[in-house]
Design a protein around this ligand. Sequence first.
Ligand code: ADP
Ligand code: MG
Length: 452
Amino acid sequence: MTIEELWQAAIGEIELSVSKANFITWIKNAKLIDKKEGHCILEVPNQFTKEWLENKCNTLILRALRNVSPEIKKVIYVVAERHPDLQIVVANRFVSEPQLGLLNNRIDENTNLNPKYSFDNFIVGSFNELAHAAALSLSDANNLGKDYNPYFVYGGVGLGKTHLIQSIGNSLVKKYNGNIKVKYVSSESFTSELVRAIQSQKMEEFKKKYRKIDVLIIDDVQFLAGKEKTQIEFFHTFNALYEANKQIVISSDRPPKAIPTLEERLCSRFEGGMTVDVSYPDLESRMAILKSKLDNFDITLPDEAINFIASKIQKNVRELEGSLNKIVAYYRTSSATPDIAKIKELIGSLIVRPPRHISPSKILDTVAEFYEVQLKDIIEGGRKKELVKPRQIAMYFLREELKESYPSIGKKLGGRDHTTVIHACNKIERTKQTDENLGMELNLIQERLYNT
Ligand code: ADP
Ligand code: MG
């Protein structure tokens, strides 16, 4: 496999795990330029992107690369230089230890927590008030492991769930001076660790490790859906901790009941504690978030600009951040404060269409009407060609127009798996480039969506 193919395969996986905005801003322009002795060299356009990827995406990138090529151990990020002999520069970087030391230096090895997430830099508004209040009270010594157990927070992509549950962990570590065993894991790494333990016959170790924990934080638990073995083991871990009054903190993109194929007993365990949601931030909160993020940089933006960004990016704090980072990057390279026109240009690709009152059911109805099929058949029907196409197009529009999460689209279309939705969206996106008829149909549907 060539380096190019390796990167293409990895990037395909990465794309599924980050928001479109972040993908475009940070990943798309990165290029894999070398691979040697388990080290990969990823070339990025500037220092800013390098830092961002190192700090925020290293695990993700490494995981994606290893899924394709398991012998890879490290990713080294280099800023593209206009150097006549890049190979030499790159080769030197292999041995430059300080460079390697930089990787991953922010995540605590014992807890897996990233210290940058704290209650102090978490903006609270009506959209997340309850989730935040409950998170604070569970961290109280009198409550830990009791009333809020488990603490289950759910909500859409990029709305602060990870930030919130990591803040719980960080604040507890601080409060107990490190004399408490906190562990943060994504449900994907829980799963892969479990699989590895099974394969290498180290289940006892795995069990022991998890049952020693005082506070178990597990992120994106919806990914346990469909993984029976993992669910069973998680259930046992959960019970062992729960019965020992240890605290469990969980996040998910939807409430327990809506996680397909979640074992009934696990579901009712999840529901047995405190279930809270985070929704979309209002305009004031979005502005407050932008201002607080801006404090981390050495630039100021006029209120007008902040207002503009906040009014354009409405449904995802991560994209809000992404747009700010783009602007900061621009500012740093050109040292000019961008005006509104420039900002518009910079974040154009992230801007959601002005809300024109379209709803998921409007999309479904319009697509069904357009292809003259029954909505019921689109949702529940089988794999007949006349149904598959409209179904895929409905998925595509739910994603494109409403930025819905893949799992929630799957749910709307008869409880289909998120991977089916991803496949559908990619397929339509790809086909429309070459198939003129499809392109035209999509335009017509879009017109109907917005004009009737
Ligand atoms: P989720 O886990 O829900 O997908 P994250 O917690 O990863 O979302 O949040 C995405 C980004 O937005 C993170 O960088 C996070 O710090 C930031 N963020 C989200 N909500 C808030 C908030 N209320 N205050 C400050 N930053 C936030
Ligand atoms: Mg998250």
